[in-house]
Ligand binder design. Structure first.
Ligand SMILES: C[S@@+](CC[C@H](N)C(=O)[O-])C[C@H]1O[C@@H](n2cnc3c(N)ncnc32)[C@H](O)[C@@H]1O
Length: 245
């Protein structure tokens, strides 16, 4: 079982592949989608859950998603067909950092996928290149709520604290026009959903050759969360507009 399959199973019972509940996703989209008829891009879209919600809520909106996971994109394709929005969704199986489009977008999303660009500043620089005039960005990334342990830094990389994250975004020429800081409940629910879905799949498939790996991965992830980063990791979503247009 490769990382993409593990990720798909682990995200089976959570609204999106990031620590936000349904209501937070709904409120952020309501804030970020510039209106019906908008063109939306999601870099690192996974199963395209953000785009599917935007498409079902806005009958004239068109959307494009980019991801390196073929299984996540297959899942997105199936869901789009079931929801009757497949004709307005284009999916690109490629590296988001190399994606180029012949037109700009009114909204560029990148939630939980900033590692595809090497971090938040590089993600925002890439998103800016895709923006149509008047466009905005919805980005979601981790930050240190408290001083991280060496184990947390090793598994999650070199993040900033919240004030520093915001200062850097503003210094980079962006103005936050909305946002959301994941609650402790959203953060915990996400980790329980991740580890629980994978462990449950292993228990439901006793004869599957991937069972042991799925169970070990769930246990290792739960340990890494509980012992390594539960007390120091936060997650921030920002709706941003370029300060100078
Ligand atoms: C944590 S998931 C977030 C998915 C989605 N944005 C969401 O909020 O539900 C991260 C996604 O980034 C994708 N990804 C990782 N590296 C990538 C890259 N270089 N280009 C495109 N997608 C990438 C993964 O395949 C995965 O689907």
């Amino acid at each position: 079982m490769d990382r993409q399959q593990i990720s798909r199973l682990a995200h089976a019972h959570h609204p999106i592949a990031a620590p936000l509940d349904d209501d937070s996703v709904r409120r952020l989209l309501a804030h970020a989608v510039p209106g019906d008829g908008a063109r939306v891009l999601d870099l690192g879209c996974g199963g395209a859950e953000w785009l599917l919600r935007a498409l079902t809520g806005h009958p004239r909106l068109t959307a494009e998603g980019v991801d390196v996971s073929a299984s996540a994109l297959d899942h997105a394709r199936g869901a789009a067909a079931r929801l009757g929005v497949a004709d307005r969704l284009t999916l690109h199986h490629e590296d988001a950092a190399r994606f180029a489009a012949p037109h700009g977008f009114d909204l560029v999303l990148c939630v939980g996928s900033t590692h595809a660009f090497g971090g938040l500043p590089a993600t925002l620089a890439a998103a800016r290149e895709h923006l149509a005039p008047g466009g905005r960005v919805l980005v979601g990334d981790g930050f240190w709520e408290r001083e991280p342990s060496p184990e947390a830094v090793e598994s999650l990389g070199d993040l900033d604290d919240l004030p520093t994250t915001l200062d850097r975004v503003v210094a980079d020429g962006w103005t936050p026009v909305g946002g959301h800081i994941s609650t402790r409940r959203e953060l915990d629910d996400y980790e329980w959903a991740w580890t629980g879905a994978l462990a449950a799949w292993a228990l439901d498939h006793p004869a599957d050759p991937d069972r042991a790996q799925a169970l070990e991965t769930a246990i290792a992830h739960r340990d890494g969360w509980r012992r390594g980063y539960r007390d120091c990791l936060g997650f921030l979503c920002l709706a941003l507009r370029p300060t100078d247009t």
